[in-house]
Design a binder for this molecule. Sequence first.
Ligand code: ZN
Length: 686
Amino acid sequence: MKTFSTIFIMSIAISAFSSTNPGKDNNKDKPDNFKYLTEQFADARILRYQVPGFENLSLKQKTLIYFLSQAALCGRDITYDQNYKSNLLIRATLEAIYQNFNGNRSDKEFKKFMVYLKRVWFSNGIHHHYSTDKFFPEFSQEYFVTLIKQTPLEVLPIYDLQNKEQFFEELSTLIFSPDVAPKRVNLDPASDLVQSSASNFYDGPTQQEAEEFYAKMKDDAKKNKQSTLVSFGLNSKLVKEDGKVVEKTYKIGGLYSQAIEQIVSWLEKALTVTETPEQIDAVKKLIAYYRSGSLEAWDEFNIAWVKDQNSLVDFVNGFIEVYGDPLAMKGTWESVVNFKDVEATKRTEILSRNAQYFEDNSPVSPEFKKKKVKGVSAKVITVTQLGGDCDPTTPIGINLPNANWIRKEYGSKSVTMDNITYAYDRAAKGNGFLEEFAFSKEEIERADKYGHLAGNLTTDLHECLGHGSGQLKRGVGSDALKNYHSTIEESRADLFALYYIKDQVMIEFELIPSDEVAQAEYDSYIRNGLMTQLVRILPGKTIEQAHMRDRALICHWVYEKSKDKNVIEKVERDGKTYFRINDYDALRDQFGELLKIIQRITSEGDYNAARELVENYAVQVDPALHKEALERYAKLNIAPYAGFINPEYTLEMNGEAINDVIITYPDDFATQMLLYSKKYSFLPVR
Ligand code: ZN
């Protein structure tokens, strides 16, 4: 996965060169009146994205998108519940207050209440979506009591009206107490990662018990000659019952059944309008998996899904990314529905076709390279619906499946979400960020000219080649790096992209017009990793999130290792700090050097080396630089995180038959969130 690392690039997509360039869809570069930015609260901005080309799809394709989008929305509550066991209860309470509070709705305090509710929607729960720290309301606990007392009791999620005081107390504690569930994902190795994390993947077991449980499961599988390749623990909660550790599987008839039944019913409808035999097979296998909860069935689905290369419409749907689990085993539910941007995909097809070239020529040790890179398919997509963990905040690139053995034997699908990055760029136009932090006028011009292309191409390289490159040594498990896995894996993919964007071959393939594109990417990457990403961190905190750690690791490492040659220079000017790159070629060599090291660590599952790199380069923050970055950033008044309002799709019926699917672009975040809660709440709130 790639999150929006270049969030601060202010460039808009200027048609920098001729229309024969396959990497550009020039229609989109025309100015438009679409409102990309709708509002800003706390540290979040709400954006909208367009779905260019939707109207030109066939009725069948539009209908398929409609059904898959409904399936994407039906899993929303699962994500809330996985993030924290009381999230649904809290959300239901806040929404009931918002819709029914009888008191003054126009005073300052109520506005603070609205900000808190929006933040809960934005993060799918009470923990910051990025830092995973619990966030707190700006209003007081006393005001919360006022809110709740001036809301009719019958609309609140109280089961036992005799005990309403107890309910008030419970909710106050959940929302205000800094001691209750302070962190969603705790990666501090000094603590029991499982017990100290608030995410809802474990209930009862200690970290050691959880690790032993899965070690034994793998052992047993080996003894019984069953496959040890499945992603153990991916779709279940581990609980302790009567002193025994057991798994509760997410499936029909199991945990989250009510929501999964709804997802499946829409997938069954989707089966009637699939585009290819491969797609029918994939959807059928996904349904079978949701029914059985079997991890073999999950792998079978993924293999079928990778084989479906020709459908224009595609989707992600399932328990997938493991960032929410401190042990990196359990998948948070997510969905993305999309269709291929045929024109822009020509860019990624060039990369895919030459995957073996990139693998063979990388600076990695030969023993850790794939002898034969299989089926790295990459495409540029137009997103039509975000769901679960991808909504409202979304990655900008995805490479799936995650199972290494499937990637090795069947390949993977890699996507770049072009209409999303486009919305980011448009919304950021002219907000002053680049001008504040870039060292020189040349840097700013380069970013304006090439920033969008450089960012997209880096994402393509990261997703379609980076994650798929390299191989593990025999006997090394994909979970060997444990809590450092995500950071190391993202660094590996980033380094692959950084190394190759400056390869001569990129110009030969006509993917970029000049070396300046790579320079623009290096400028922004170094600026971000050494300084500007610090604006996302609260004073006194360290770096936690895997992608931020990945960028900090890379930038601090190359900065330190090339200090004697002054490759990257820290410059003070008018009391402000800048980072200037003096030698782009030498910097590329450094990226290659680190890629080699990180691939070795990954291939050998060298936990100690991973820990050393991450703890030394990726976690700590220079307090003075942090303070300065925050102060300079505060003056710009830009919220650092962005989330999206989805388009809405409605069926135009002709009797029993679907006549058309109409797309509209709502522009109010709260309205959409309330609509989703009303239509797609299938799980009990406690
Ligand atoms: Zn990634």
